[in-house]
Write a protein that binds this ligand. Structure first.
Ligand code: IPE
Ligand code: IPE
Ligand code: MG
Length: 253
């Protein structure tokens, strides 16, 4: 069993780590005859709401997919608007996050955003590093394949230098080198917007995560919707490869 695969006896009704694909902003705007960016703006408000609701519910880690490594394929104007919104959010929200004891970090290939943005991200991370109420990870220019490939490359470098023996590479050694390194595996995955796919989000990390798909578009995903996802999660039986009988026995022990 790998380091982070939890034992059933340790299972909880509140997910420790929730990972979200916030999808449907464009369709939300289109259905109202608005430009796509209006959906992204409304979506940003929902992020604030979710961070609060997650913290209040006892969730300790929240990881949000804000921009995928494939989203560069969108029209340049939309990409630019998304980056502007991200920067504005960074400037306007970090102080509040810090006040609320939230640790903030960005996971993804941030170098592509340029030095100025990277500097601001690192400053926000440094400011909130000591906070422990909730860890908020924003996945920006993130891709699951990029993440795993990067971890493999790091292991390859260590093997070439003689620091590690390739025959002794374990799943834990890969996991520690992922962008989510120190975080526990997500317990609950939520995708809004009706699509039932992972879209290159946390490919490795979602191995045993409960997957919740809702047709609700991200700009409509409010506290009530989040509560519904938590209720759905609480009713799942997570078996991690064990039998249902083993799970019952562990629970009653
Ligand atoms: C998610 O909403 C936001 C990002 C991908 C940045 P979309 O913009 O993908 O909205 P739809 O899927 O087109 O409705
Ligand atoms: C996934 O949504 C990425 C984010 C929400 C940031 P997409 O809208 O890009 O996913 P696809 O293209 O429908 O798979
Ligand atoms: Mg989409």
């Amino acid at each position: 069993m790998t380091r982070s695969a939890p034992h059933p006896a340790g299972a909880s009704n509140i997910p420790r780590h929730v990972a979200v694909i916030m999808d449907g902003n464009g369709r939300w705007a289109k259905s109202r005859g608005l430009p796509r960016v209006a959906g992204h703006r409304k979506g940003r408000e929902r992020v604030r709401e979710l961070v609060e609701a997650a913290g209040e519910s006892g969730v300790r880690y929240l990881t949000l997919f804000a921009f995928s490594s494939e989203n560069w394929r969108r029209p340049a104007q939309e990409v630019e608007l998304l980056l502007d919104l991200f920067l504005a959010a960074l400037d306007q929200e970090v102080a509040r996050l810090h006040e609320n004891g939230v640790r903030f970090q960005v996971i993804g290939d941030t170098a592509r955003f340029g030095d100025k943005i990277v500097e601001r991200i690192r400053a926000a991370e440094a400011l909130t590093r000591g906070n422990t109420a909730l860890t908020l990870s924003i996945a920006a220019n993130y891709g699951g394949r990029w993440d795993i490939t990067r971890a493999c490359a790091e292991l390859a470098r260590a093997a070439v230098s003689g620091a590690i023996d390739p025959a002794r590479i374990t799943p834990e050694m890969v996991e520690q080198r992922l962008a989510t390194g120190a975080l526990p595996e997500p317990d609950l995955f939520i995708r809004t917007g009706g699509e039932q796919r992972i879209s290159n989000f946390l490919l490795w990390q979602l191995a045993y995560t409960e997957l919740y798909f809702t047709p609700v578009l991200w700009p409509d995903f409010d506290r009530e919707q989040f509560a519904a996802a938590l209720a759905w999660f609480a009713a799942r039986e997570r078996r991690f490869g064990f039998t249902g009988e083993q799970i019952d026995a562990a629970r009653n022990a």
